[in-house]
Design a protein around this ligand. Structure first.
Ligand SMILES: Cc1cc2nc3c(=O)[nH]c(=O)nc-3n(C[C@H](O)[C@H](O)[C@H](O)COP(=O)(O)OP(=O)(O)OC[C@H]3O[C@@H](n4cnc5c(N)ncnc54)[C@H](O)[C@@H]3O)c2cc1C
Length: 462
């Protein structure tokens, strides 16, 4: 593609210091957290621009429309789908300078942050005020704008929902450069269509999110965790739906293969506490006081036992809980460092079907004579199977992934539960049985972005 981008005009908008053209100064911006055989290749002709506010972003997008160059939005770069990777010649728009927490209101239980505020900083600020932002994507360096753009999930969706449930208002710059204020510090809003939530999960395709108003929850003072170990991986996976069936909604219910857990802990320089079994499931409970928490975990423990647990460990101390949470949260980083991964998948099915999905995967493992290391948010029905690179070496990685996707769709699930299509899953979209959804999405994109300027060729198949 012959793309012309005028550095001088961009410097006039944001100032000379904030336009980067030297490749060696933008190495860290050329990838996101995608790993394995599917890492997207960055383009050569990229200009990195770091605007300070919505007004400058508006001017950049107006220029882009006039001169017809693509703009790709980058938040914290922790995305797992290649959406923020400049894989085409473009202006790469980094939001890192929009980094202020503007307000925290205890009366409204709301926090207003610019899009480039790191997620971890926002969570800490909320905690200072006794308030809690429940969605928990694993990377604290993700940006507030990025977690809204991806509608990030994480381990606590079963109890609190995903990021969407916490977004009340947005400031957005449309691809044609209009600055919009959607929603607000409001608990009720019924003005026409809900455009605020159209932008939640829009992955930068419909506009640049520049500011977010989050509604927070109250921080529960007590939490604890139990970890149950199983001889058979499928038995561990079967437990989570029995917990919700018993009308218990813990804070989280996470599955992990034993070998993956041990390697991840080793990578972090800590020790995985469970010695027995091929797989583990752990549940986190929170509450007003210890009695409430322990009563809930007692009930869950009984359910684990009834369904064949070999061993159950209670992690009472915060440090013990952290070892388990961190080992689970950093499996991807460990696998990336080990370099033996083909793809980090993100399939989701109705929570009641999670064991059926896993059973299907065990069949697929047999078919390809491989191990598919797996962890995931079992109680949400969202798994991260990670087919190994050796499948790519044998030329069967895509076939293996297609089998997993087909099984997922057969069970009423989706190709991606929280990471998105990005650039790396576009070729898998024909597996979705209702192609008309992509046609509708292309239509919505055209309304907001008639010249296909912002985040083109990602998230929605062309
Ligand atoms: C170790 C690890 C664990 C993770 N665990 C989870 C998890 O449990 N659950 C989960 O959901 N995710 C998880 N993720 C993925 C990632 O953290 C989330 O997708 C996160 O929301 C991405 O935010 P970001 O700011 O890094 O976005 P980026 O990677 O920068 O961008 C992601 C997409 O959003 C667009 N975008 C970014 N900012 C904006 C904006 N302001 N306006 C418009 N578009 C924008 C980009 O163009 C791109 O398409 C994990 C990642 C890592 C590395």
């Amino acid at each position: 593609m012959d793309v012309k981008m005028d550095v001088k005009k961009l410097q006039n908008i944001v100032g000379g210091d904030w336009v980067v053209t030297k490749a060696e100064q933008m190495v860290d911006y050329m990838q996101d957290a995608v790993m394995g055989a599917v890492i997207p290749k960055p383009a050569k002709n990229v200009i990195l621009v770091k605007p300070a506010n919505a007004q400058e972003i508006s001017e950049i997008l107006k220029l882009a429309n006039k001169e017809k160059f693509p703009v790709i939005v980058r938040g914290g770069g922790s995305g797992m789908a290649g959406g923020a990777v400049p894989n085409i010649d473009c202006v790469l728009l980094s939001l890192e300078r929009l980094n202020k927490i503007e307000e925290i209101s205890k009366e409204d239980l709301m926090l207003t942050a610019e899009a480039g505020v790191p997620y971890g900083e926002m969570v800490d600020k909320a905690l200072e005020y006794g308030m809690f932002f429940a969605p928990r994507p694993g990377d604290l360096g993700a940006h507030c704008g990025g977690i809204v753009a991806t509608n990030a999930g994480g381990a606590r969706a079963v109890k609190y929902g995903v990021t969407r449930a916490f977004v009340k208002g947005l400031e957005v710059v449309t691809p044609t450069g209009e600055i919009l204020h959607l929603g607000g510090k409001l608990l009720k809003y019924s003005m026409g269509l809900d455009l605020t939530h159209l932008f939640v999960g829009s992955k930068g395709v419909l506009g640049v999110i520049t500011k977010v108003i989050f509604r927070l929850a109250l921080k529960m003072p007590f939490s604890s965790l139990i970890l149950a170990s199983y001889d058979e991986r499928l038995d561990a996976m079967k437990v989570a739906p029995h917990v919700t069936e018993a009308m218990i909604i813990p804070l989280a219910g996470e599955y992990i293969d034993h070998d993956l857990a041990v390697d991840s802990a080793k990578y972090l320089g800590i020790e995985w506490p469970a010695k027995k079994g091929k797989a583990h499931i752990f549940f986190v409970s929170e509450g007003e006081n210890e009695d409430v928490v322990y009563a809930e975990l007692e009930k869950i423990s009984k359910i684990c036992e009834e369904h064949g647990a070999l061993d159950i460990v209670m992690a009472e101390r915060r440090e013990e809980q952290d070892v388990i949470m961190k080992s689970r949260g950093e499996t991807g980083s460990m696998q990336k460092a080990a370099g033996n991964i083909g793809d980090f998948m993100d399939v989701a099915v109705p929570p009641s079907r999670v064991a059926d999905l896993f059973e299907g995967m065990l069949e697929i493992e047999k078919k390809y004579n491989t191990w598919i290391p797996t962890c995931g948010h079992a109680i949400d029905g969202n798994l991260h199977p990670t087919p190994l690179k050796e499948l790519a070496d044998r030329g069967v990685l895509e076939d293996c992934k297609t089998d997993i996707y087909k099984k997922t769709v057969e069970l009423g699930g989706v190709l991606t539960g929280e990471h998105g299509i990005g650039t790396i899953r576009l070729h898998n979209t024909p597996l979705w049985p209702e192609p008309q959804i992509w046609e509708l999405m292309r239509g919505i994109k055209k309304v907001f972005d008639p010249n296909n300027i912002l985040n083109p060729h990602r998230e929605i198949p062309d």
